[in-house]
Ligand binder design. Structure first.
Ligand code: HEC
Length: 236
């Protein structure tokens, strides 16, 4: 008996230590989310372009309509060519200025053959600030093999900070009356119970009217000619 117990114990010990040893052999990695990239006046062009690429892919949602690789959406022009063609799109407008206009006021000039459908990058859904738009221009210029000409100036950063993070939800809530104006939303099956009708109902000072929302009262239908009642009818 004792020997069996010892054998089982030894077996367990060997198994557990083998597993933990193998577990220790596997290299351990710790992953952190990428550091939040902040656009500053001193951000070098290559880094600005990298931030711009991320904005185009994620926050901007630009790839819903554009492509930056061989395959992709073609509702809008191929963005790989945008920077190269920018200088010639509008006579008298240089590439940087054209790209800025194309992003912030896309309706002013439509690339021939395309409809008016692009939303301004400064407005929802992209909701960029000017510093972010400039980062995108840096990316488009890098993508097109052009020189990065955009410059982040102190005012862009100031404006971006002043605008603050975008919390449209709060504004929307205000517009729909919450939490500023509280409206009583109740399911159709609720009805007020007043103190006079139900003297024992819990009617407090702060809520002079309580809502009764439990299952509606069930009443038996009137008996039929044979004196039987069938089923229940519910309703207030
Ligand atoms: C709903 C579709 C749609 C979305 C989203 C969209 N675009 Fe566009 N974009 C277009 C269309 C269509 C055009 C061509 C018509 C025009 O000039 O507005 C265009 C034009 C452009 C041009 C000018 C290209 C040229 O060759 O002159 C640029 C640059 C551009 N978009 C960049 C962007 C970026 C960056 C984003 C994301 C912030 C974006 N677009 C989001 C549809 C879209």
């Amino acid at each position: 008996m004792k020997a069996t117990f010892f054998k089982i114990f030894a077996f367990l010990l060997v198994t557990v230590s083998t597993y933990s040893y193998v577990g220790q052999l596997v290299p351990q990695f710790e992953e952190y989310p990428p550091a939040k990239k902040v656009i500053a006046v001193s951000t070098p062009p290559a880094e600005l372009a990298a931030i711009g690429e991320e904005l185009v892919r994620v926050k901007g949602g630009c790839l819903i309509c554009h492509k930056v690789t061989e395959t992709g959406n073609e509702r809008g022009p191929d963005l790989r060519k945008a920077a190269g063609q920018a200088a010639t799109r509008k006579p008298g407008m240089d590439a940087g200025a054209y790209l800025l206009e194309a992003l912030t006021q896309p309706e002013v000039f439509l690339v021939p053959g395309y409809p008016k459908m692009m939303p301004s990058a400064l407005k929802p859904p992209a909701n960029m600030n000017l510093a972010e738009v400039k980062a995108i221009i840096a990316y488009l210029q890098t993508l097109g093999g052009a020189e990065v000409t955009v410059k982040i100036v102190a005012d862009d950063i100031k404006a971006a900070k002043a605008a603050g993070p975008v919390h449209k939800g709060k504004e929307a809530m205000g517009a729909y009356g919450w939490p500023g104006r509280r409206r009583t939303i109740r399911p159709a099956s609720c009805r007020p119970i007043s103190a006079s009708r139900f003297p024992r109902a819990s009617v407090t000072k702060s809520s002079p009217t309580s809502w009764a929302c439990r299952a509606s009262p069930i009443r038996r239908p009137a008996p039929n000619r044979r004196g039987r009642t069938r089923g229940y009818v519910s309703g207030w």
